[in-house]
Design a protein around this ligand. Structure first.
Ligand code: PDD
Length: 287
């Protein structure tokens, strides 16, 4: 973690950045968060992450404790002073402490806001080249998966299913349709067309998801945003997972079965990965 942590408007050494046990984030998971990748000390898609933070706050009826310009200043400052070039910046805002444990919101809400930086842990090259294995599970989460809330127990249990099976991610199906991964967005490639699930209340509107669709449009890769059935997912030529920290990775095994004909990272993935790196490089140059 960084030498300084932002807590409620103050920069503190990590040991001194403490939150009371009566904080609703701790007792109820009553809060929202963001994870922002930083490359060469430049936050990637910062405004989009902060806009999503605002949507998550609106979705849980919590007033934003800071203006957009303030958030930009705090995150940029932290990204500039952290000891690593590439980082992952974590923001969390909770509904703050309460006097007695009570599910209903306190009359006077004093939100808790935290920002900290960690070194970016990028997936190993072997995962990008050889792909990763995933399992699948029923999407047991609530019906507001579009909000990036800290109540992540279902996501944690689902992710652990992958870990227990020696895999990296769990692909989720709800009522016969692909939603996303336990901590990632998922794409299908079939017959040269990129298929993306529709952004609705059943999935997080991924920032990386948007980048991938923008890159597809820019480079003329045909894509469709539509409902994707479980059968289509299992019959995919290529399957990808993506997130701010993992960028884009090929899933080559699903539930122990090879994806596509040979279970290797596919040609469309190779193109998208190259486009992604090229795009990142332009952002890092400040272009
Ligand atoms: N998670 N869907 C879920 C459920 C996620 O948790 C994430 C990312 C994504 C991808 O969103 P984005 O492209 O904006 O990172 C999709 C972050 C990285 C996390 O919880 O650590």
């Amino acid at each position: 973690m960084t030498a300084r942590v932002f807590l409620n408007g103050r920069w503190l050494p990590p040991d001194e950045a403490r939150v009371p046990v009566m904080d609703r984030g701790f007792l109820f998971g009553d809060g929202v968060y963001e994870v922002i990748p930083v490359y060469s000390r430049r936050p990637f898609r910062l405004e989009q992450h902060l806009q999503r933070l605002q949507k998550s706050l609106d979705g849980i009826q919590l007033a934003n404790p800071h203006r957009m310009s303030e958030w930009i200043g705090f995150v940029t400052q932290l990204a500039g002073e952290a000891e690593w070039e590439d980082q992952s910046i974590y923001i969390q805002v909770t509904r703050g402490p309460m006097a007695v444990r009570n599910h209903a919101f306190p009359k006077e809400v004093k939100p808790t806001s935290v920002i900290l930086a960690e070194p970016m842990i990028s997936p190993p090259q072997s995962q990008r080249e050889q792909g990763i294995a995933a399992v699948s599970a029923a999407d047991i989460r609530w019906l507001r998966c579009d909000l990036k809330t800290t109540s992540l127990l279902a996501n944690c249990l689902l992710r652990q299913m992958a870990v227990a099976a020696g895999c990296v991610e769990t692909a989720l199906f709800r009522d016969g349709f692909l939603t996303e991964g336990s901590a990632s967005s998922i794409f299908v490639v079939k017959d040269g067309v990129l298929l993306a699930p529709i952004k609705n209340h059943l999935m997080l509107p991924g920032i990386t998801y948007d980048v991938i669709l923008e890159l597809a449009a820019k480079h003329g890769l045909p894509y469709q945003v539509r409902d994707i059935t479980e059968a289509e997912t299992r019959g995919a030529d290529e399957l990808w997972m993506c997130s701010s920290t993992k960028e884009v990775l090929p899933i080559v095994m699903l539930d122990g079965r090879r994806v596509g004909v040979d279970g290797t990272a596919g040609p469309v993935f190779a193109k998208m990965y190259a486009w992604y790196q090229e795009f990142k490089a332009t952002v890092m140059r400040g272009a």
